[in-house]
Design a binder for this molecule. Structure first.
Ligand SMILES: *[C@@H]1O[C@H](CO)[C@@H](O)[C@H](O)[C@H]1NC(C)=O
Ligand SMILES: *[C@@H]1O[C@H](CO)[C@@H](O)[C@H](O)[C@H]1NC(C)=O
Ligand SMILES: *[C@@H]1O[C@H](CO)[C@@H](O)[C@H](O)[C@H]1NC(C)=O
Ligand SMILES: *[C@@H]1O[C@H](CO)[C@@H](O)[C@H](O)[C@H]1NC(C)=O
Ligand SMILES: *[C@@H]1O[C@H](CO)[C@@H](O)[C@H](O)[C@H]1NC(C)=O
Ligand SMILES: *[C@@H]1O[C@H](CO)[C@@H](O)[C@H](O)[C@H]1NC(C)=O
Ligand SMILES: *[C@@H]1O[C@H](CO)[C@@H](O)[C@H](O)[C@H]1NC(C)=O
Length: 569
């Protein structure tokens, strides 16, 4: 795998972190804090990936390339939920994952969870119910245990190097921040958020952030809030963080800062429904973009329930949103002092941004172009690959390229080879993608960028559309069972906002394996509405989980033709 392979990542990561640390460090204690945070992350990552990678669901797979091939083989189709497990999923090289039964039981649950929640927006009950079903990821506990390995010796050595390189600076400007009462805003239906300006002290091990008012403003009242620090305020697996505004006597006894930092910090959780790429973006990355992009990297992330695979998989995005080291907040025993702390992530809608509420009026188009830039993909004015390649040529020689994603477990194309052939016959070059996990997001993003069309059944694999060029086509195959609305809300709408061309193909009942299984007269086939009315669990069970797709390539051919025409326009 490429140079950006993470496994051997220890070295490159360390270098990057050192640079970042230098930039940040305000004084010795700050350095200690940062390095400690970094070390924890690093140790978590290495330990988890080497020992538990194969059980650690989705995330670990992708981002962990070659070195872990052996383990990959064990976990091949943990294809997390939905898709071919995601972004990092491979392409052309197919991998036979039949007969692998390493799927952890909660994989299916995740898929389940994703669609359950998505399908029934803002319904706390649904979420709570699903919460109970999900099992803890075994990697988590393991990872936390490994933190203890942080050896003092390594830590001291890093600090020594840091000091040697003149990284220590002074932090006078901290005192100048305007003190203000912390404000927790619990009014949004999706998220809770707290903003503390002035003397904010973050105690990671206590999952607590304190506001110490200036002496002149201290009174008898203290206030306390407890919120989930992610964008789904009712999701039970996201733990709570306490925010406390201290009164006079509490302030006098407030814990001393063990490190001081000149930049603001954001406290947020990385667990929850992540590991399904749709949720990675919808629940964390886009909300993080909304909350922090306008700070241009001058912010530090204090991550509660840190997921090493997530940090590794999305390292390019995380390192751009924050030029400082990610802190493993739960494991941080210090008292980190910041001029401003935000607890929680703002989110406007599923996989979306409302420009009117976003800093700098950011849009989803901005987000896609931002992601592309971070992954060093061609700039916005570069046309789709087919047009680019044929611009100069008198005759069109290069065929448009279509990435065909197959899912691993649910909603998979049972006649995949036949579909590949049909796409080729229609005049496309096909890049078939089946579940596998040894490409990094970086590598996979380049493959997606080289395609004019991204095609797949409704599911998280389509989240790869962030890597498409403007005017490329997302061709979504909508399964049987009145799933058009969800398909539009979760993928079609965002695709349009991102200036992609969005095309949906709704399958006929006869193209669903439910037809074979239940027969044409069963309500599952003949009357999906009646099934949905019985409760979300039923729609979920039949249409999201039980169903596979046998595309009728004759019926589908005109759709391919239409897409071809679109690209030629
Ligand atoms: C969601 O939960 C909150 C707090 O428990 C409750 O006030 C609200 O009514 C619930 N909403 C729904 C749709 O169940
Ligand atoms: C720290 O920086 C401030 C202003 O940037 C400066 O006035 C002060 O002398 C510096 N203190 C030290 C110890 O360098
Ligand atoms: C943090 O947790 C420790 C151990 O539970 C406790 O002794 C300490 O009082 C807590 N500090 C604050 C500020 O809550
Ligand atoms: C601050 O709050 C604590 C806990 O509520 C209380 O015991 C204490 O008396 C208060 N101190 C002042 C100065 O009001
Ligand atoms: C983030 O990416 C943008 C665009 O490539 C770049 O200009 C900026 O310097 C990067 N910021 C950080 C903190 O790396
Ligand atoms: C963003 O848009 C809203 C409504 O369209 C507008 O009121 C606001 O001023 C804009 N904000 C910025 C920073 O441009
Ligand atoms: C496939 O679609 C074609 C055209 O709509 C139709 O004539 C044919 O009967 C379908 N095949 C099956 C097996 O349903």
């Amino acid at each position: 795998m490429g140079t950006d392979s993470p496994s051997p990542s220890t070295a490159p990561v360390a270098l990057g972190a050192k640079g970042a640390v230098r930039a940040v460090a305000q004084h010795h204690q700050a350095v200690v804090g940062f390095l400690l945070g970094f070390l924890l992350v690093l140790l978590l990552y290495t330990t988890v990936s080497s020992q538990f990678g194969s059980q650690n669901a989705i995330g670990v797979l992708q981002s962990t390339p070659a070195a872990r091939t052996g383990q990959n083989a064990m976990t091949p189709q943990t294809s997390p939920s939905p898709m071919p497990n995601n972004m990092a999923k491979g392409d052309h090289i197919k991998e036979d994952n039949k007969g692998q039964q390493s799927d952890t039981p909660n994989k299916m649950e995740e898929d389940h969870v994703q669609h359950g929640i998505n399908g029934i927006e803002k319904n706390n009950q649904t979420e709570a119910k699903l919460d109970n079903e999900k099992e803890k990821n075994p990697g988590e506990a393991a990872g936390q245990a490994s933190v203890d390995y942080a050896s003092d010796r390594i830590e001291e050595e890093l600090i020594r190097q840091e000091i040697h390189q003149g990284g220590i600076k002074n932090d006078t400007n901290i005192e100048q921040a305007t003190p203000r009462k912390p404000i927790c805003d619990l009014s949004d239906p999706r998220y809770d958020v707290c903003e503390i300006s002035g003397d904010a002290r973050a105690l990671g091990a206590n999952r607590t952030v304190l506001y110490v008012p200036p002496a002149s403003e201290r009174g008898a009242d203290s206030q306390e809030w407890s919120i989930r620090d992610q964008s789904r305020k009712y999701l039970e697996y996201v733990g709570k963080v306490t925010i406390r505004s201290l009164n006079a006597s509490q302030a006098a006894a407030a814990p001393e800062c063990t490190s001081r930092h000149a930049v603001p910090a954001v406290v947020f959780a990385m667990n929850g429904l992540t590991s399904n790429p749709w949720h990675d973006f919808s629940d964390v990355l886009i909300p993080l973009f909304i909350t922090t992009r306008a700070l241009d990297g001058e912010v530090q992330f204090l991550v509660s329930d840190l997921q090493p695979w997530f940090v590794d998989k999305y390292r390019l995005i995380l390192r751009n949103l924050s030029r400082y080291d990610v802190v493993d907040f739960n494991q941080d025993g210090g008292v980190r002092c910041y001029p401003h702390v935000t607890v929680g992530l703002r989110s406007h809608r599923d996989l979306g941004i409302d420009p009117a509420r976003a800093p700098r009026n950011y849009t989803m188009l901005d987000f896609r172009l931002y992601v592309r830039e971070i992954y060093s993909l061609p700039p916005p004015d570069v046309d789709v690959p087919y047009k680019e390649a044929n611009r100069a040529a008198a005759e069109q020689q290069r065929k448009p390229r279509l990435m065909l994603i197959n899912r691993g477990r649910t909603r998979k194309f049972v006649n995949f080879p036949e579909i590949v052939a049909a796409v080729q016959n229609a005049g496309f070059e096909v890049v078939p993608v089946e579940p596998r996990r040894d490409l990094s997001v970086e590598e996979f993003s380049r493959v997606v960028d080289s395609c004019d069309v991204l095609m797949g059944a409704h599911g998280a694999g389509l989240t790869n559309f962030f890597f498409l060029r403007s005017n490329a086509v997302m061709l979504q195959v909508v399964p049987w069972g009145h799933m058009e609305h969800s398909s539009m809300v979760f993928y079609g709408g965002p695709a349009r906002e991102m200036r992609l061309r969005d095309v949906e193909y709704s399958i006929a009942a006869t193209e669903s394996t439910l037809y074979d299984k239940y027969g044409k007269d069963d309500p599952v086939v003949s009357d999906p509405e009646s099934i949905h009315k019985q409760g979300w669990q039923f729609g979920m069970r039949y249409y999201w989980i039980e169903q596979d797709i046998r595309l009728n390539v004759t019926k589908f051919a005109p759709m391919l033709h239409q897409v071809l025409q679109m690209l030629r326009e």
